[in-house]
Design a protein around this ligand. Structure first.
Ligand code: ISE
Length: 341
């Protein structure tokens, strides 16, 4: 794959909502070796407003027009999930490197179409935005598991709590939009594929909107014989909290207690809790995008692949069925293409 020698790399950011706007800021103010040369949004006024704050940046409403521009070397897709497939296929037409925010696409069938298109291209072009792989605590946990000191992983306990869910949030989105992270964390930390999903439904919290099944308790089985659970609670009220504890044959390890700073005052001690994922995972996003820019400028593609995005989509699809039908659902994956071995 050709080197991208241009310095700085011209990046088109597709989608300028909360995540896309934060990535524009990140590329301009934090990341080295890249600049935002284009922003794309169906909301033309919002695209113009974002572009007006970035020197040399052009606003578009059509991703294809942005990807055809001479000053665009790479694409960061941060639009809503249903728009990802078309944007990815257009990027492939221009043979552009892509960082695609999760989910790769909303379901297994569309993810499979993207995977088949990248296989036809003959080389990887996509890094999927599972940013927890770039979080310092998750990286330490992965590194510890890699030493084998704790022995074989037997169970992984996850707690994923949001302060409050947005108005459009549905019960199935707790799986497809939120637990999607734990599907990738499970596969990446343990090196296993997820083979079955169950979803248990506690009596909903009074703090949850009337029609929202919140919290949910998700149980994964893996092909390595591990059992993984995820407490998913999107209206916990007290903050944004993500914790994980792996239980192995000879020991355990836990992350996410967030004791960055403990205060003692007036007979009390305590600390603070982030209020959303942009705050809690700011460093992870910074490291993720810098790693992507550096790899792209070397002409390489690293990190979560389209296969990882497809596997997460298939697990989430099974999880939504398990939620809705109240049964254990097995996960069906196609054979892993050689491009992703
Ligand atoms: C959101 O899309 C994210 O990716 C956050 O990490 C997650 O905590 C939240 O529940 C999702 O809605």
């Amino acid at each position: 794959m050709a080197m991208n020698p241009r310095d700085p790399l011209g990046v088109a950011v597709v989608g300028t909502g909360k995540m896309g706007a934060d990535h524009v800021r990140r590329i301009q103010d934090v990341v080295n070796g890249a600049r935002v040369s284009a922003v794309v949004d169906v909301d033309a006024e919002r695209a113009k407003r974002i572009a007006s704050g970035v020197d040399g940046c052009t606003a578009y409403t059509d991703p294809a027009a942005a990807m055809a521009a001479a000053d665009v070397d790479a694409v960061l897709i941060a639009s809503p999930g249903p728009a990802h497939e078309a944007a990815l296929l257009t990027a492939f037409e221009h043979d552009l490197p892509v960082l695609c925010e999760k989910p790769l696409t909303p379901d297994a069938a569309s993810a499979l179409r993207v995977m088949e298109a990248e296989v036809r291209l003959g080389h990887r072009r996509v890094q999927v935005g599972f940013m927890r792989r770039y979080d310092a605590e998750y990286m330490k946990l992965k590194s510890l598991l890699g030493t084998g000191q704790l022995g074989r992983p037997l169970m992984l306990h996850n707690r994923h709590r949001n302060a409050a869910s947005p108005p459009f949030f549905t019960s199935s989105m707790l799986i497809s939009d939120s637990v999607a992270h734990e599907t990738d964390v499970t596969r990446w930390l343990l090196g296993h594929e997820i083979t079955a999903v169950q979803v248990l439904r506690p009596r909903p919290s009074a703090s949850a909107p009337d029609d929202l099944q919140d919290p949910q308790f998700v149980v994964f089985e893996t092909d390595g014989g591990a059992i993984v659970d995820v407490e998913m609670f999107v209206n916990c009220g007290f903050g944004y909290q993500v914790q994980a504890e792996v239980v192995c044959e000879r020991g355990t390890a836990r992350i996410g207690d967030g004791h960055a700073m403990v205060t003692n005052m007036a007979g009390r001690w305590g600390g603070t809790i982030a209020q959303d994922f942009v705050e809690r995972f700011a460093d992870a996003y910074d490291r993720e995008i810098q790693t992507w820019v550096d790899a792209t400028r070397r002409g390489e593609v690293t990190g979560p692949s389209v296969w990882d995005g497809y596997a997460a989509a298939a697990v989430c699809e099974a999880g939504v069925r398990a939620l809705e039908d109240g049964v254990r659902v097995e996960v069906e994956l196609v054979e892993r293409p050689e491009l992703y071995l």
